[in-house]
Design a protein around this ligand. Sequence first.
Ligand code: NAP
Length: 304
Amino acid sequence: MTELRLPGETRKLGNSNLVIAPLAWGMWRFADNNRSVSDAARLVHTALDAGITLLDTADIYGFDGKGGFGDAETLLGKVLAEEPALRRRMVLATKGGIRPPLPYDQSPKYLAEAIDASLQRLQVETIDLYQIHRPDILSHPQEVAQVLDGAIAAGKIRAIGVSNFTTAQIEALSHFLTAPLVSTQPEISPLRIDCFENGELDQAMRMNLVPLAWSPLGGGQLVNPETERELAVATALDRIAETQGKSRSVAAYSWLMAHPAGIVPIIGSQTPERIAEGAEALTMRWTRQEWYAVLVAAREEGLP
Ligand code: NAP
């Protein structure tokens, strides 16, 4: 059976001028355990040396329920201040719009201030990709669009993305934006397959949005499967991984990358060896039969 295409070495971030590699690295867990600036720098180097270009953070990363808001951005800012040349090697992505203890806030004043605060913490003049982290259903998309377009006009951000938006919310925000949306960031993994059939990836392809997959290993659950379903998905991935001499996590990344929407998995590991290993996903091959076998395991029922 013919094999599915390999992901290209690079791809454009939607209709922007930004070019990214087919794998990204995420910093949700970056500020955990009081990581030192030198350890943080080592992780950034590891990701960039592995060929990863898009680094994904958020203003809320580091928040532990009580404090720590902004800590992941601040840590990356310190790394960049110590080694400014790193900035040119990365496509810097962050997010805002979640405001603890209030859940979500994208009112114009707050959102504009959140962008400025991220720039300050990151110690950069421009954010390449600014994403709305989760939709605030109390903000009108026209007002959100005005703030985001204004930030582009002011040179504060280069491109706009969303995360955890429904297809209708993406359509509404896009309608009011002057700059095109370039990315969407839903949870996608072999354990989280909703977007394959709920229209999200179809919309991404139609609108030329890069789907950035958060928690591509199910937050690590795929590596330590517990339920019957998780075990079945892990077994289906292992079957292919073993024949190609790869690990299960590499197989999971490449399974996502084989989708025609050009899914970009965001590696969440903060272990240098595991980040570097991710690059092996670029050379894994899938037949349709093998790909669908993983989907069927995740669906827990055969195809109709
Ligand atoms: P993940 O890749 O699904 O899970 C990573 C976790 O799995 C880490 O704790 C890692 O531990 C663990 N792990 C265990 N064995 C591993 C192995 N062999 N290889 C790789 N990892 C292994 O991703 P995630 O951290 O949940 O999320 C990834 C990124 O998605 C985040 O950093 C963030 O950028 C983004 N995200 C976005 C949202 C959103 O709402 N937009 C939500 C969640 C996450 P070690 O670190 O010890 O290796």
